[in-house]
Design a protein. Structure first.
Length: 312
C-alpha cells in the first residue's frame, strides 16, 4: 500500500488533504491511490444539503456538524463551489462562517469546483467523498448550490438529501413541487423565526400528500439554524431516514445504483480521452484525407477507429 494511502487510513489530516489535491488535479498515479482506498470505503454516511440560494445551507451544515461533533463523531464537509463568479462572495462568506469548525480536529472541510466533465458532480468530488470515508469520517456532508443540475447530482451521490426551504416561497413551491418531491428525503423549514414558517411547512406536507405510496414519507420540521433551535430534530430526522434505508435494504440498492452510474461515467471518461488522443495522430489525418477524396467513407472510418481503440 502507498505511504499516503496508509496515512489517510490512519487518520492523518494533512495527508488526507494532500491526497484530495492529487486526485483533484489528476496528478500522475492518482487512480492507483483511489484503487487502494476503495476497500476502506463504505462506512461513512453521506448527507447532501440543498435548497435555494440564501436558505441557510452553510449555517445549517455548521450547526448540524457541531451537533454531531458533540457526540464525538468525525465529520467531513465538501462545499461545492459554484464556478460562476456571481456567487463567489457567498462562498467566501461560507468559509468565514465555518472558520471555527476548521479548527476542530474532528472536522475536515474542503470546497471543490463544479466542473464535472459530464455535467455532473465532478469526479473529484466523488473521489474526495471516498477519501474522507477511508480517512474515518462517520458523516460526510456535501453542500451544494441549490440550482439545476447540482441538486439532482447531490441526490445521486448522497444517502440522505436534506432539502432546506424558507418561509414565504409561496408560488415558488408550486413551481418546483414536482422536482422537490423527488429530491428531499428530509425537509426542513429554516428561518422559522420569520413569519409564515408554519404555513410553508403545511404547504410542503400538502405537497407530500399528493403521493400516497411513500415507502418513507419525508419528515418536515421547523428550524432556526442561526440559533440552533430545531437542529436536534433535523438531525433525528436524518437518522430516521438512515435507519429506514439500512433496515429495508434500500441503502445497499442505492449504493449499487450509485456505483453503476459512477462506473459508467468512468468508462465514458476513459473512452473520451482515447477518442481525443486519436485526433492528433498522423494516421487518422491521412485517413481523413481519404474521406475527402472518397477513397473511404466516414462511417467505415469510424468503424476502423473504434476497432483501433478496442485493440490498442
Ligand atoms: N433569520 C434567520 N436568518 C438566518 C437563519 N439561518 C441563516 N440565516 C441567514 O441567512 C443568510 C444566508 O445563510 P447561508 O447559511 O449563507 O445560506 P446559504 O444557503 O448557504 O447561502 P448560499 O451559499 O448563498 O446559497 C445569512 O445571512 C444567515 O445569517 C435563521 O434561522 N434565521
Amino acid at each position: 500500500m502507498s505511504d499516503i494511502v496508509k496515512k489517510v487510513i490512519e487518520g492523518k489530516k494533512r495527508d488526507c488533504a494532500r491526497l484530495i489535491t492529487i486526485v483533484e488535479n489528476e496528478i500522475n498515479g492518482y487512480e492507483k491511490y483511489l484503487k487502494e482506498i476503495y476497500k476502506y470505503t463504505g462506512r461513512a454516511y453521506i448527507v447532501g444539503i440543498t435548497g435555494p440560494p440564501g436558505a441557510g445551507k452553510s449555517t445549517m451544515t455548521d450547526k448540524l456538524v457541531k451537533h454531531i461533533r458533540s457526540k464525538g463523531n468525525k465529520v467531513g464537509i465538501i462545499a461545492i463551489d459554484p464556478t460562476s463568479p456571481f456567487t463567489k462572495g457567498a462562498i467566501l462568506g461560507d468559509r468565514v462562517r465555518m472558520n471555527d469548525l476548521s479548527l476542530d480536529k474532528g472536522v475536515f472541510i474542503r470546497s471543490m469546483g463544479t466542473r464535472g466533465s459530464l455535467g455532473g458532480l465532478s469526479n473529484a468530488t466523488q473521489s474526495a467523498v471516498k477519501i474522507l470515508d477511508a480517512y474515518g469520517c462517520d458523516f460526510i456532508f456535501i453542500e451544494t448550490v441549490g440550482v439545476g443540475q447540482s441538486e439532482i447530482d447531490i441526490v445521486k451521490n448522497s444517502d440522505t438529501t436534506l432539502m432546506i426551504m424558507v418561509p414565504g416561497l409561496g408560488d415558488d413551491i408550486q413551481a418546483i413541487k414536482a422536482g422537490v418531491m423527488e429530491i428531499g428525503d428530509v425537509f426542513v423549514i429554516n428561518k422559522a423565526d420569520k413569519d409564515g414558517a408554519k404555513k410553508t411547512a403545511l404547504e410542503i406536507e400538502m405537497m407530500l400528500d399528493f403521493k400516497k405510496d411513500w415507502k418513507f414519507r419525508p419528515p418536515v420540521n421547523l428550524c432556526v439554524a442561526e440559533t440552533g433551535e430545531g437542529i436536534d430534530t433535523t438531525f433525528k430526522n436524518i437518522i430516521k431516514h438512515k435507519n429506514y434505508l439500512e433496515s429495508s435494504g434500500e441503502l445497499t440498492k442505492k449504493r449499487f445504483e450509485r456505483n453503476k452510474l459512477e462506473v459508467k461515467e468512468l468508462v465514458q471518461r476513459k473512452i473520451s480521452k482515447l477518442v481525443k488522443e486519436l485526433e492528433y495522430t498522423n494516421e487518422v489525418n491521412e485517413l481523413l484525407d481519404k474521406t475527402i477524396t472518397k477513397e473511404i467513407d466516414i462511417y467505415s472510418l469510424s468503424d476502423i477507429l473504434v476497432e483501433k481503440i478496442i485493440n490498442d
